[in-house]
Design a protein around this ligand. Structure first.
Ligand SMILES: [Zn+2]
Length: 155
């Protein structure tokens, strides 16, 4: 894979002519952020992630939550500050600890290349269920970004 197809941050299509397809960021997001995010330095401002149109979660190489944006907090009712630092699959969203989610990310880790996966998923919370579309972007440095768009709430 020579570059990503979708912007990690806003889910829009990347244009190789104008966008940074290797970094998975479109020119609009890049302009807002000021520079390509260096995930290892955790220099992703809260203001930027909170301005994104969809839920956005940044995971470190141990699957701990580095950033949990305002849109995602609104979807789930969780407090971003309480979620950040926790293990995503074990402590935050145990319903995601399944083959099609945690398992897919584990496969990406084993391959060790930049990769991206768009899929539908049903989030099962204690209080509600919702159908979402998730863009999982894995960076070969071990960091992962989940961009989550709610499709609808389920019964
Ligand atoms: Zn973008």
């Amino acid at each position: 894979m020579t570059g990503f197809e979708l912007c990690t941050w806003c889910n829009d299509f990347l244009d190789p002519a104008t966008d940074k397809i290797e970094q998975g960021i479109c020119s609009t997001c890049l302009e807002e952020l000021g520079s390509v995010p260096n995930l290892e330095l955790e220099n992703i401002s809260r203001e930027f992630v909170d301005s994104l149109p969809y839920g956005n979660i940044v995971l470190d190489p141990e699957n701990r939550v580095l950033r949990y944006n305002a849109t995602e907090a609104k979807y789930t009712g969780y407090d971003s500050e309480l979620i950040e630092g926790k293990h995503f699959f074990d402590e935050v969203a145990p319903c995601t600890n399944v083959d099609i989610f945690a398992g897919k990310l584990q496969t990406f880790r084993e391959l060790g290349e930049n990769d991206q996966h768009l899929f539908k998923f049903t989030f099962t919370h204690p209080d509600f269920k919702s159908l979402v579309s998730i863009l999982m972007t894995y960076y070969k440095n071990g960091y992962t970004i989940l961009s989550i768009r709610k499709i609808r709430d389920l019964e």
